[in-house]
Write a protein that binds this ligand. Structure first.
Ligand code: PXG
Length: 440
């Protein structure tokens, strides 16, 4: 393919790359210069099959014409409008579309620019909501071990990944964690595991310890993605919902990964038939194309703020780019693309084939567990003694050389392809992975 830009920039020094081994990368860079459909194109002109939808975000695949066109048109029409005390039609249209797509109880959308901002926004809304109702002592936040909620101070405080927390000081105070749902009895489970619903009862222990009247919210990922695809045990989320309801604690589902069809329904809340009080989303909202996120809330939460004199600002929170017109246009076009292609249903239809292909890797060397749900999969490898993460990272590099993009976290390979993936491409992905693992 003809590329009208240099194949590789000649100086990689200035860019401090996020969540990357910078020195290693810069010695041996891996650059994408184009993308279309299910494939990236590398700087040296190779096609790479996208097994990860970018970073779990390009659910409709790449370079989708409707989205490209919507962005171009919007940029030419209204590039930016002030986000505070001014509006533009697309933000309202998008909010309506989003609450239509979400569980019935979700009635309002607050726009942000990333998953991290969505999480911090939801946590702030939770605390402010209780205060607005005269329960100002409810400030405590409950997260979960091995949870990932982005990288804001709120998100890392409720998150449960030691490397994301330990060098950043004292974090938020008044945070407690549920135990992870990842237990050894559930190894090799296809879909949701049988054991572990009782782990939700740990919230009762935390309530007994602190008093429900001090707890604002509990935030969990319906399926924990970043920490290696941890699937909720059957009944776990329902039990968490019941306990939260019993104690007046808001339940927040962080659907940054599970939103927009990854499990075969618009949101995991629908797939699991559990209604949270707030949903955070991002990534697939714009098919990954423009940064954007949202917090969806019930009418009850929103309405608690709508008191006092009408000329006063109700919530002292928001971002310069909240509901940015171009992001809204990208999101509207993404939702249309998902609907036109029937991608959520497509995910549901492909999930069984995906599961079979994934679990066929069970006999590969060093594989110690396989997990899946919707179009999400994880292959956990036995760490090399004394060199954790190395085995999976080496698999990542070999897969890339073979023309397949995977993600790794620790010694876990995580897969989350665009929902447009074809069965033949699922076969291609797993057969490349099989070759890689057999060489490990
Ligand atoms: N919540 C969840 C559940 C996430 O998965 C965030 C919040 C933060 O989103 P932003 O947009 O601020 O990055 C995430 C992000 C991976 C990977 O490879 C996962 C994420 C981001 C980058 C890589 O697992 N999740």
């Amino acid at each position: 393919m003809a590329l009208d830009r240099p194949a590789a920039p000649n100086d990689l020094h200035a860019f401090w790359m996020p969540f990357t081994a910078n020195r290693q990368f810069k010695k041996s860079p891996r650059m994408f210069v184009a993308a279309e459909g299910m494939h990236y194109t590398t700087a040296d002109g190779r096609k790479v099959l996208d097994g990860t939808a970018g970073l779990w975000c390009c659910n409709a695949g790449h370079k989708r014409p409707k989205i490209v066109e919507a962005i171009q048109k919007q940029a030419a029409e209204l590039d930016y409008a002030p986000a505070f005390q001014m509006g533009h039609p697309r933000a309202f249209e998008l909010a309506n579309r989003l609450v239509d797509l979400a569980p019935d109880e979700m009635a309002h959308a607050f726009f942000v620019n990333s998953g991290s901002e969505a999480v911090d926004t939801a946590l702030k809304i939770a605390i402010a909501y209780h205060r607005a109702r005269g329960e100002g002592a409810r400030t405590r936040l409950i997260g979960r071990e091995r949870g990932y909620h982005g990288v804001g101070f709120g998100g890392i405080s409720v998150g449960g990944i030691v490397n994301n927390r330990k060098v950043f000081g004292s974090l938020l105070t008044g945070v407690d964690h549920l135990p992870s749902t990842h237990i050894p009895e559930n190894r090799w489970t296809r879909g949701q595991p049988e054991h572990g619903a009782h782990l939700a009862d740990e919230l009762e222990r935390i309530v007994a310890l602190h008093g429900a009247e001090t707890i604002a919210a509990c935030i969990v990922e319906p399926v924990a993605g970043s920490t290696g695809v941890l699937i909720p045990p059957k009944g776990y989320l329902k039990r968490l919902r019941e306990i939260c309801t019993r104690h007046g604690i808001l339940l927040i589902f962080d659907e940054v990964i599970t939103g927009f069809g990854r499990l075969g329904s618009p949101f995991a809340a629908q797939h699991m038939d559990v209604v949270p009080d707030m949903i955070t989303c991002a990534k697939g909202l714009t098919n990954g194309v423009i940064p954007m996120g949202a917090v969806l809330t019930t009418a009850e939460i929103h309405d608690a703020f709508m008191t006092g004199p009408e000329h006063l600002i109700e919530l002292f929170h928001g971002y310069t780019y909240s509901g940015n017109p171009i992001a809204c246009a990208a999101a509207l076009a993404s939702l249309e693309t998902y609907a036109e292609d029937g991608l959520f249903q497509r995910c549901a239809d492909l999930a069984g084939y995906w599961e079979d292909g994934l679990h066929s890797l069970r006999d590969c060397p060093h594989v110690i567990d396989i997990r899946n749900m919707g179009l999400i999969g994880a292959v956990e490898l036995e760490p090399i003694a004394g060199a954790p993460t190395q085995r999976a990272f080496s698999a990542f590099l070999k897969a890339y050389e073979k023309g397949v993009l995977i993600r790794t976290t620790g010694d876990i390979i995580a897969l989350s392809p665009p929902l447009i993936i074809e069965k033949a491409q699922i076969d291609e992905l797993f057969s490349a992975l099989r070759e890689v693992l057999q060489a490990e």
